[in-house]
Ligand binder design. Structure first.
Ligand code: HEC
Length: 166
C-alpha cells in the first residue's frame, strides 16, 4: 500500500512538473483581408469543411479545447498547431506568392484525397464534424483544382500585360 501511495505521488509530481513548461496558445490577431476567403472564391460547402476539419490547426482561429491546457496534450497540440500554421495558414493566404498558393492548393487536394488530413488523431475528438465524406473530399479537390487553374490564368494574363508594355 505504502508503495502504491509513493508511486501515485511520484506520478502526480511528474505531471505537475510537466505542466510548468508552457507554450503560448494566444491566437495571433486575425486580419480578414489576408484570409483565404478574401483571396479565392471559396464556395460555402468548402469553407464549411475548412472550418470544421482544418482551421483549428491551419488558421489563426484555433479553438483550443480545455485539455490543450494540460501537459502532455498541451505540448503535442501546440506543436501541431505551430507546425500546421507554418506549412499552411488559411488566415494568411494573402501573404503567399502565387506559386506558394498553387503548391498549397495541390497539397490540400492530395492530403484530403489521401486521407492524410485532418490528422487521424484529431478525428475522434471531433466526431463527426471533422470526418470528411467522399463528397466532401471531391468538393475540396474540385475547388482546389479550379482555383489553381484560375491562379495560373491570372498569372499568364498579367505577364502578357507586362509583355505589351515593352
Ligand atoms: C490536428 C491538426 C491538423 C488538422 C486538423 C489538419 N492539419 Fe494539415 N497539417 C498539420 C500538421 C502538423 C502539418 C505539418 C505536417 C508536417 O510536419 O509534415 C500539416 C500539413 C498540411 C499540409 C501540407 C502543407 C505543405 O507544406 O505542403 C496540407 C496541404 C494540409 N495540412 C492540409 C490540411 C487540410 C486541407 C485539413 C483539413 C481537411 C487539415 N490539413 C487539417 C496539422 C493539421
Amino acid at each position: 500500500m505504502q508503495k502504491l501511495y509513493s508511486i501515485a505521488l511520484a506520478l502526480i509530481g511528474a505531471v505537475g512538473l510537466m505542466n510548468l513548461a508552457r507554450i503560448d496558445r494566444t491566437n495571433p490577431a486575425v486580419d480578414p483581408a489576408q484570409a483565404i476567403e478574401a483571396h479565392t472564391r471559396v464556395p460555402s460547402n468548402v469553407a464549411g469543411i475548412f472550418r470544421r476539419a482544418c482551421q483549428d490547426c491551419h488558421s489563426d482561429r484555433t479553438e483550443w479545447p480545455w485539455y490543450s491546457a494540460v501537459a502532455p496534450f498541451h505540448w503535442l497540440m501546440s506543436a501541431d498547431v505551430y507546425a500546421a500554421r507554418s506549412h499552411m495558414n488559411l488566415s494568411a493566404w494573402g501573404r503567399y506568392t502565387p506559386e506558394e498558393r498553387t503548391n498549397r492548393l495541390i497539397g490540400i487536394c492530395e492530403m484530403v484525397v489521401g486521407n492524410n488530413m485532418p490528422l487521424w488523431y484529431y478525428k475522434p475528438a471531433h466526431y463527426p464534424s471533422a470526418w470528411l465524406s467522399e463528397g466532401d473530399k471531391k468538393a475540396v479537390c474540385e475547388w482546389a483544382k479550379e482555383e489553381a487553374v484560375r491562379l495560373q490564368v491570372t498569372q499568364n494574363l498579367s505577364s502578357e500585360k507586362g509583355d505589351t508594355k515593352r
